[in-house]
Every structure is written in structure tokens, then in C-alpha cells.
Write a protein of this length. Structure first.
Length: 199
């Protein structure tokens, strides 16, 4: 594994089979996607691990990358988080990461920078062999949804009213019609709903 390596370069690769790009986000009943208002529990973190292990690599924008690194990079100070969070911390810490940023000069935490044409870069990553890619955050997924590059959307719906934003996909220029393909009830009344775009 490489640390602090240079940007991913755009190249040509012919392949008919593309690994899927999956998106998952926590959201309240009134549409808020601020991670600070969610209901963390062991079930939610176990489900997040299951999502991460379905991917060969994670795709983050700068804000999500920096937030995740600050929260989950190991080792954590003693007592920084409950013991039941540690399996998730180990999983995300070990995961390969790609970071889309025009402002960062370098990244580490098992990450590589993605620069240049976003659509071409993500298409190239999808052409590489493997079981899938996983994207999180708010701003980057909006751009990827506009380009039609997300193959699966998961909304983890928390039984809470936040009373404020931010909301998802604000400014999306066109409708994206989805079909429900899976539904899973988690602890605390949280429900994970998985959708695929209607083609």
C-alpha cells in the first residue's frame, strides 16, 4: 500500500465490466444530513462496516476526508470513543482512499489525490477490477449524481427531526428516479433503504 503518493492520472482502459459506485448517507426524517445530529449505536456502526467491506476503496471529497481522518485515524487516545466503535475505526483506517481535491497538496492515511476531470477519473476507477467503490459526503456525491455515476444510493433514515439543514442534493439540475432494492431496520428505529437508479 502506498502512502502520500501523487495524484491519480487519467488513462485509457477498455473494459465492459465496471465496478459499482455505492453511496450511503445518514439523514433525519426532516432531511438533515448533518452527521452531528444522528443517533450513533452499535447496529449503525456494524452496518457501516458491512458497507465498507463491499468496497475496494473509498472516494471522499476534501471535507469528508478531513472529517473522517480526524474522527477515525488510529490510534485514538484512550477513552476517546466506546469500545463498540473500534471495529469500524479499524475498518475505515485500513481502507484504501481516493480524495478529490483541488486545494490539498498531499494526503496520507492510505490515500491518493484525484485531480483533473472528475468524470473521467471516476470512470477510470470504476473500470479497475474489484467489487466496488464507496462514496460518502454531500458535495462530491451531488457532482457524481449529476454525471450519472452513482450505481446505488443508500439513505440511512434516523427517527429524529433536526429542524435545520443541510439537506441532500441541493441544486441537482434534474430528477434522478430510483427503485427500492433493499430495506433493513437497524437499532434505535433507524432504517437503511437502498435504491438503484431507474435506467
Amino acid at each position: 500500500m502506498r502512502f502520500g503518493s501523487g495524484p491519480v492520472m487519467i488513462g485509457q482502459q477498455d473494459s465492459d465490466v465496471m465496478r459499482p459506485l455505492r453511496y450511503s448517507i445518514n439523514v433525519t426524517l426532516d432531511g438533515c444530513c448533518d452527521h452531528r445530529v444522528m443517533i450513533p449505536d452499535e447496529d449503525l456502526h456494524r452496518h457501516a462496516i458491512e458497507n465498507l467491506v463491499r468496497a475496494d476503496a473509498l472516494l471522499f471529497g476534501r471535507v469528508t476526508y478531513e472529517m473522517m481522518e480526524a474522527a477515525w485515524r488510529r490510534p485514538a487516545p484512550a477513552g476517546a470513543r466506546p469500545e463498540w466503535m473500534e471495529p469500524f475505526a479499524r475498518t475505515i483506517d485500513a481502507a484504501k482512499k481516493y480524495v478529490v481535491s483541488s486545494t490539498l497538496d498531499r494526503v496520507d492515511w492510505n490515500a491518493e489525490l484525484v485531480r483533473g476531470d472528475l468524470e473521467k477519473a471516476v470512470q477510470q476507477l470504476k473500470r479497475e477490477p474489484g467489487k466496488g467503490l464507496f462514496v460518502g459526503g454531500v458535495t462530491l456525491p451531488l457532482a457524481l449524481a449529476e454525471m450519472g455515476l452513482i450505481d446505488e444510493y443508500e439513505f440511512v433514515l434516523h427517527p429524529r427531526l433536526a429542524g435545520h439543514g443541510p439537506t441532500l442534493f441541493a441544486g441537482l439540475s434534474k430528477h434522478v428516479d430510483l427503485k427500492l432494492v433493499d430495506r433493513l431496520e437497524l437499532g434505535s428505529g433507524t432504517v437503511a433503504m437502498r435504491y438503484e437508479p431507474k435506467r
